[in-house]
Design a protein around this ligand. Structure first.
Ligand code: 3HC
Length: 297
């Protein structure tokens, strides 16, 4: 059993809010914080809807739902929660300077025994661990979207991460009912996103080359390969800006044009068409969540 009892999740976006709920469902005391009160309110509403639906489907009882919400605090007061956290999971915006500043502040406040973890997949542990006072207690814990559903969590060791930190982080992942995939050596994107990225790049190449449209490519992935959703549907789910920022960073690091965001993705991001969260991305979404294929280019 891990020594973790109290968890702080920083960031109440799609990932942070569901990570916090997963931890609360597993019996941990969790605070999920965000600078933006309205983001916390939106997260609370979304989680309430998801949990109510789990009760309606008979997956959990109303008592289990209520007990989980009793263990979950949504707050703008990050520092009070940081003082007593055994584990901090950062799920803020994918910008390295923001994450480094956040971790520098958190490491000054959190107990000296606390593990600091990032949910980032684009930034490897060493890129952030150098900002904290105890880099041996830093690792990445990378969840997948939607975090309430997807079972995998990648546990990523940086060059300074201790064996004890890896053991605690891995035990914690199992305790929250997820499957830990351990990376003993860091590489940007880790395992799953690197494979996913290769599929996504090929899908965009086929689209931009005029070989097939968005719907045809998604349909092929679902019906020929057994994917639960096609690469364009998935980009709309995770947010087109997320993949765009990852690519931008990779291009900044490598200078290789092959790493730069695709033209079609850049156009969507410039237009603010970021997927389901803006109602329009590769597809257009109605208020009820139904999607219609459009030519996004
Ligand atoms: N949030 C929370 N729960 C959700 C959800 C969401 N956005 N969307 C669906 N669900 C839940 C449903 O409530 C349902 O729960 P139940 O089993 O208790 O009834 C369950 O998921 C199945 O949903 P549906 O029956 O409505 O639809 P599907 O069977 O098509 O499943 C899906 C939806 C789970 C999203 C499935 O399509 C899927 O697995 N898609 C692929 C997701 C994927 O590849 N994720 C990884 C993305 S990469 C990533 O996250 C990396 C990061 O760095 C960006």
């Amino acid at each position: 059993m891990s020594p973790v009892r109290t968890v702080l999740v920083v960031g109440a976006g799609a990932m942070g809010s569901q990570i916090a709920m997963v931890c609360a469902n597993a019996g941990f005391d969790v605070t999920c914080t965000d600078l933006d009160r309205s983001a916390l309110d939106r997260a609370g509403e979304m989680l309430r809807t998801r949990m109510d639906s789990s009760v309606a489907k008979g997956r959990i009882t109303a008592e289990q739902r209520d007990a989980a919400f009793d263990r979950l605090t949504l707050s703008t007061d990050r520092d009070t929660a940081a003082r007593t956290a055994d584990l901090v999971i950062e799920a803020a915006v994918e910008k390295l300077d923001v994450k480094r500043a956040l971790f520098a502040e958190l490491s000054a406040i959190a107990p000296t025994t606390a593990i600091l973890a990032s949910n980032s997949s684009s930034f490897v542990p060493s890129a952030m661990a150098s900002a904290v006072s105890h880099p041996e207690r830093f690792c990445n814990l990378h969840f997948f979207n939607p975090a309430l559903v997807m079972r995998c969590v990648e546990v990523v060791r940086g060059p300074q991460t201790s064996d004890a930190t890896m053991a605690t982080a891995t035990a914690f992942v199992e305790e929250i009912g997820k499957t830990a995939v351990v990376l003993e050596k860091e590489i940007p994107g880790f395992v799953a996103n690197r494979i996913l990225g290769a599929v996504r790049d090929e899908a965009i190449h086929l689209l931009e080359g005029g070989y097939a449209d968005v719907e045809a490519i998604d349909t092929a992935c679902r019906t020929a390969l057994g994917y639960p959703m096609g690469p364009f549907e998935l980009m709309d789910l995770t947010g087109i800006d997320i993949g765009y920022l990852v690519k931008k960073q990779r291009f900044a690091d490598s200078g290789d044009p092959a790493d730069a965001p695709a033209d079609s993705v850049t156009r969507l991001v410039d237009r603010g068409d970021l997927g389901r969260k803006t109602g329009r991305g590769w597809y257009v979404y109605s208020d009820s969540g139904e999607k219609v294929a459009v030519n996004p280019l």
